[in-house]
Design a protein around this ligand. Structure first.
Ligand code: NAP
Length: 488
């Protein structure tokens, strides 16, 4: 274990894959290093499993699925609740592991654990609210009944930017529905996943119900999950590019699919917005997790009447943001996850400034070195810039000036993506008009923060398929069966 990561309970730092209820090394003993993005230090060496280990995990999940599906919803709910309680009891350690491997500030990491556990808590309740139907029969001598049943084994693949919550948001509804799972976490953040596995083991999930397989060979592991007939569903959060691959690979076995993919969120500030609210909302949406979330505002459209005041107020606040190691007191922005992410930010800034964009604050690598980047505000953004069509995934607010409402809506919708969209206005009719006109799965006005277990999370167009969380989330893991009884 890294000297700088001190845990109250060091046994939460598991480094082997969790298959069939047992923490298991890769068969050939291979490992890979997990590094702290703030300083490059190795935190731990983790089992580098591959396609064969995924296949073993599928065997375990398939063996466990009948007995797990046969438990009562109340029994599943009780174990989920135990898992939730154990996560909350260990929140300090879970947050420290998360900050160490991912870099987000410790307070934000704690916020993620609370957000993550909210899904376990919610689906512990939803497990008991799954109901079928008795239909009005079209025949005098036949009864029509609708059953909802667990889909079976599901495969889950998760990203590094929410190493805890993206797991609980998938695993909790699936397990609550009576399914079993095989999950592959991102290679940058396997430790948060394995800590969740250890707490699931302590909560008493039967062996094989939750399997977590770590490894570097994501393409082979994903292919194995998709090709196996026994895996009836794939649930994925990550890039649109990988989402497309998984969808293609799942075609042969006709799997049910949920995809939470990239965003390219617009944030529109109208002249009649409350300036303070708009600036606070823009900061909450843009700079959380150093801009590395799928719902971060990527393009800010600001109406000409409020534009200059908004730029000044935003730049003043952004220039004050403290950047540094997530464990340092007062830090609100950690490092970028890796060099590749850092390079993309540099590329977007170079492209934007070459095309007339003006950096108001930031715009350069941070003096702390490594992958730290200055929180940035850039004005004069235009549609021909890379940052108009691609997620920057970094702390860069790109501001576009507009005059008419319809122009802002047209520009906001001019993207293949459709995850989250934000706008600020005090005009109630505009709230309805613009909410209906924006082609996004989540349209949010007058706030920059809204994610919770209660609201359905998901996108349209190239941002994905299906919804997570909420009362709709459990349906993604169930099949509807029609039961007809004749001769009655
Ligand atoms: P990514 O490259 O797609 O990786 C996500 C996961 O997919 C990782 O576990 C990765 O494994 C795995 N993977 C990579 N190539 C694969 C393949 N060929 N087959 C199967 N699995 C494969 O995405 P990322 O860069 O980590 O995450 C950032 C993206 O996720 C952004 O686009 C962001 O918008 C999106 N995101 C969306 C949501 C949402 O809810 N819509 C939430 C968070 C993030 P390795 O780590 O081993 O490569």
């Amino acid at each position: 274990m890294s000297a700088s990561l001190i845990l109250n309970d060091p046994t939460l730092l598991q480094t082997n894959a969790f298959i069939d209820g047992v923490f298991t090394a890769a068969p050939n003993g291979k490992t890979f290093a997990v590094r702290n993005p703030a300083n490059g230090e190795i935190i731990a060496e983790v089992a580098d499993c591959g396609a064969d280990d995924i296949a073993r995990a599928i065997d375990a999940a398939d063996t466990a699925r009948h007995s797990w599906a046969a438990t009562t919803a109340k029994e599943r709910s009780a174990i989920l609740r135990k898992w939730n309680d154990l996560c909350l009891e260990n929140i300090d350690d879970l947050a420290a592991i998360l900050t160490a491997e991912m870099g987000k500030p410790l307070a934000e990491a704690k916020g993620e654990i609370l957000y993550g556990t909210s899904f376990i808590d919610w689906f512990a309740e939803e497990a008991r609210r799954v109901t079928g139907d008795v239909l009005e029969s079209p025949f005098p001598d036949k009864k029509f009944i609708v059953l909802k049943q667990p889909i079976g084994v599901f495969g889950a693949i998760t990203p590094w930017n929410f190493p805890n919550a993206m797991i609980t948001r998938k695993v909790s509804p699936g397990i609550a529905a009576g399914c079993t799972c095989v999950l592959k976490p991102a290679e940058q953040t396997p430790l948060s996943a394995l800590a969740l596995a250890e707490l699931a083991r302590r909560a008493g999930f039967p062996k094989g119900v939750i399997n977590i397989v770590t490894g570097m060979d994501a393409p082979a592991m994903g292919e194995t999950l998709c090709a196996d007939e026994r895996v009836r569903k794939i649930t994925f959060t990550g890039s649109t590019e990988v989402g497309r691959i998984l969808m293609r690979q799942s075609a042969d076995t006709i799997k049910k699919i949920s995809l939470e993919l990239g965003g390219n969120a617009p944030l529109i500030v109208f002249d009649d917005a409350d300036l303070t609210e708009a600036v606070e909302g823009a900061i909450a949406s843009k700079y959380r997790n150093a801009g590395q979330t799928c719902v971060c505002a990527n393009r800010m459209f600001v109406q000409s009447g409020i534009h200059d005041k908004f730029v000044a107020a935003l730049a003043e606040k952004v220039a004050e943001m403290k950047v540094g190691d997530g464990f340092e007191e007062g830090v609100v922005q950690g490092p970028i996850i890796d060099q590749q992410g850092f390079d993309k930010i540099e590329r977007h800034i170079a492209d934007a400034t070459a095309k007339g964009g003006v950096v108001v604050t930031g715009g350069k690598p941070h003096e702390k070195g490594g992958t730290f980047y200055q929180p940035t505000v850039l004005t004069g953004a235009t549609r021909d810039m890379q940052l108009f069509s691609e997620e920057t995934f970094g702390p860069v607010a790109a501001l576009f000036k507009f005059d008419k409402e319809e122009d802002a809506i047209a520009a906001a919708n001019d993207t293949i993506f459709g995850l989250a969209a934000y706008f600020f206005t005090k005009d109630v009719s505009r709230i309805f008009r613009v909410s209906e006109a924006l082609e996004y799965g989540m349209v949010v006005s007058n706030t920059g923060a809204y994610s919770s277990e209660v609201g359905p999370f998901g996108g349209v167009k190239a941002s994905g398929l299906g919804r997570e969380g909420s009362k709709y989330g459990i349906d993604e893991f169930m099949e509807i069966k029609l039961m007809v009884i004749g001769g009655v």
